[in-house]
Ligand binder design. Structure first.
Ligand code: ADQ
Length: 468
């Protein structure tokens, strides 16, 4: 059926995300094409969507460009156009300079601008309209993340027949912080348009339900909430994960094993510490680099025997706060290497680059200690990827208490990233731990990540949504 009267195909399952599941490619002859994005979410959902006649609604990444829907890899891709001004106001502004810092404990100051909000509302409506015309009668729509928090209620109004799910990949803040938002009511009502609102951790679902009760005066019973029209929805935790087996297989491939050995040889160190993050102020990089700097300067870590490799993926480079962060980190790293390095032996290897998956797997394999110390993080997949790559049961994980992953990865050396001395102690302890202790911890971590992978996440969420 096609009641919308358009040529858009009608799908039983529609995923709505800021970005489409494909990236542009240019072939050797200069012709343009598309390839499926490498991310975990896309990898997990592609088979489900292929089986279910799925459509994916999202921005294709270039401003001021209208594209027709197209078919790729068994999925209908429905591009949503954004103007250059909307990229600035809806994406870089409201999403990444308001919601992102506010939802991460305000570790950077969130900016509130009415023009950004207006753009956010307009773009959310465009996504909702695209989803409404893509979804089949009584179909399921799964909306992803903080860029699209108004889509559930908009969609519910346009298409009451639909089953609507929402998943927030980042933290949901305590009410003291959320209440600063001038548009708090609209955001709560927007999210609560979903039949199932999913969060990374139970505490986030509780924050949301408390706000519905206190701010909107709605009834809630355990995980359930009641809208003013008497209809009900549910809010609960669905901790996201990775394609565990695929990571393990990749890490055990001959090429990656060889590359890992090469990395160890190049670094020529007894102990290799590793950090891998998007260059983002939520990831605790300033504190982490400072901790390593102090350890190298004091000699507690011997710069002749130990290296710290920090891979920082370029991220959101047009947003002011991110430019400042990059300058800060590069100043700090330069200073530490200047103070504690020797010719040909900088204690910190800093790479501001993005790498393909196999290089990441080789780095994970090569590292004795993985250091993941965000100030606040919805989940943190890097920690889980490291664990998946250690089928040797070796390797130690230092993990922030403030990452969602800390609830599941209990056998990591857990730290408070604001406590630099505590972090230094944990880094030293993880580096010095005996094989027996490291293995005991790693085995337990591996069991958790093996049984809770991304397929488990997607299937559980969709089954619960289906059951409502
Ligand atoms: P992110 O903030 O991006 O995700 P994270 O969960 O760690 O954080 O995922 C980062 C991904 O990027 C990982 O898969 C990692 O391998 C990859 N990556 C990092 N640096 C890279 C590099 N230099 N080269 C190549 N790849 C690199 C948001 C939330 C998280 C949540 C996820 C998923 O902030 O809390 O876990 O979404 O829900």
């Amino acid at each position: 059926s096609n009641e919308a009267g358009t040529d858009t195909p009608r799908a039983a399952l529609v995923v709505v995300a800021n970005r489409l599941a494909v990236e542009r490619t240019t072939a050797a002859d200069g012709s343009a094409g598309w390839q499926t994005s490498p991310g975990g979410l896309v990898t997990a959902l592609v088979p489900i969507m292929q089986a279910k006649d799925g459509a994916w609604v999202g921005w294709h990444g270039a401003p001021d460009e209208e594209l027709e829907p197209f078919h790729h890899d068994g999925i209908d891709m429905i591009p949503v156009a954004l103007s250059a001004g909307e990229v600035e106001e809806y994406y870089e502004g409201m999403s990444n300079a308001t919601f992102w810092p506010l939802y991460h404990d305000s570790v950077a100051f969130p900016e509130f601008h009415r023009e950004w909000w207006d753009a956010y509302v307009a773009v959310n409506r465009r996504f909702a309209e695209a989803a409404a015309s893509a979804a089949d009668d009584n179909g399921t729509v799964w909306v992803q993340d903080y860029q699209l928090q108004l889509v559930p209620s908009m969609l519910r109004e346009m298409r009451p027949d639909l089953r609507i799910g929402f998943f927030l990949h980042i933290p949901f803040p305590p009410s003291e912080l959320f209440q600063q938002l001038p548009w708090r009511r609209a955001v709560l009502e927007g999210l609560a348009g979903a039949d199932l609102v999913g969060f990374q951790v139970p505490g986030a679902a509780t924050n949301f339900l408390n706000l519905l009760r206190r701010r909107l005066g709605w009834d809630t019973h355990r995980q359930e909430f009641v809208r003013p029209d008497g209809s009900r929805g549910r809010a609960a935790a669905y901790p996201i994960s990775i394609a565990t087996q695929a990571f393990e297989d990749l890490a055990n491939s001959p090429e990656v094993v060889e590359r890992a050995a090469q990395i160890r040889e190049d670094l020529a160190a007894e102990t290799v510490f590793l950090g891998v993050d998007r260059l983002d102020y939520t990831k605790g990089l300033r504190q982490r680099v400072r901790a390593f700097g102090e350890l190298f300067t004091s000699g507690e870590l011997d710069p002749e025997k130990v290296v710290f490799v920090q891979v920082a993926t370029p991220s959101r480079e047009r947003v002011e706060e991110y430019k400042r962060l990059r300058d800060d980190i590069e100043l700090l790293v330069g200073r530490i290497n200047g103070d504690s390095g020797q010719l040909g032996r900088p204690p910190i290897h800093y790479l501001h680059q993005s790498f393909p998956r196999d290089e990441m797997a080789a780095l994970y394999r090569a590292a004795d200690v993985m250091v993941v110390t965000p100030l606040r993080d919805g989940m943190n997949l890097v920690a889980k990827e490291y664990v998946a790559c250690r089928s040797d049961n070796d390797g130690a994980l230092v993990l922030s208490e403030f990452a969602g992953a800390a609830r599941e990865l209990k056998q990591a050396w857990q730290v408070n990233p604001y406590d630099i001395d505590g972090m230094k102690e944990a880094i030293l302890a993880a580096g010095r731990a005996g094989k027996q202790e490291t293995r005991r911890r790693m085995r337990a971590l591996r069991k958790q990540v093996a049984t809770h992978d991304i397929d488990h996440w997607a299937e559980t969420f969709l089954a619960d949504l289906d059951a409502i």
